[in-house]
Design a protein around this ligand. Structure first.
Ligand code: ZN
Length: 148
C-alpha cells in the first residue's frame, strides 16, 4: 500500500474516517447495489427524488478508503442536483479518473482529488464504483452493479 500513499490526500482520509451521508435512507425512491470484486468494495446507494431533483442520498457498505471516500464525496456533490446533472457529473468524473489527458474540470469541485487514481488502474474501479451504483439507481436498474 505504500506506493499509494500520495493518493491518500487529506480530503480522502477525512471522508474515509468520517463518511458523510452514511447509513440507511428511509423511504428511498431509488437504490442500487454495487460490488468491486477486485478489491472487495461493496456499496448500496439510496436516493430520494423530488420533482426530478436529488433531495437526499445516502450510502452504506464497506471497502477500501478510496471507495468509501468516493461515495462520501459523491453524496455531497449530488445532493440538490437534477437527475440530468447526475448523468453529466458521472461523465465528468469518469473522464477525470480514466483520461490522462483530461483538462482540469471545475464542475467537479472537491471530487478532483480523485484525479490521482488515473495512475493506478486497479484503484479506478474503487473510485468509480459509487458512481456506477448511483447511475444504476437513477436508471432504476435493479441488476447488481459489478465493476468486473
Ligand atoms: Zn477498493
Amino acid at each position: 500500500m505504500s506506493d499509494l500513499r500520495d493518493l491518500y490526500q487529506e480530503v480522502i482520509l477525512d471522508h474515509n474516517r468520517s463518511p458523510r451521508n452514511f447509513g440507511p435512507l428511509e423511504d428511498a425512491d431509488l437504490h442500487a447495489d454495487g460490488h468491486n470484486p477486485l478489491c472487495g468494495d461493496k456499496l448500496r446507494v439510496a436516493v430520494k427524488v423530488d420533482a426530478g431533483i436529488v433531495s437526499d442520498i445516502r450510502f452504506e457498505g464497506s471497502g477500501c478508503a478510496i471507495s468509501q471516500a468516493s461515495a462520501s464525496l459523491m453524496t455531497e456533490g449530488i445532493k440538490g442536483k437534477t437527475l440530468d446533472d447526475v448523468r453529466t457529473l458521472f461523465d465528468h468524473f469518469h473522464r477525470l479518473v480514466t483520461d490522462q489527458t483530461a483538462p482540469p474540470d471545475d464542475s467537479l469541485g472537491k471530487l478532483t482529488v480523485f484525479a490521482g487514481v488515473r495512475d493506478y488502474p486497479a484503484r479506478v474501479k474503487c473510485a468509480i464504483l459509487a458512481w456506477h451504483t448511483l447511475l444504476a439507481a437513477v436508471d432504476d436498474n435493479q441488476d447488481p452493479v459489478s465493476t468486473e
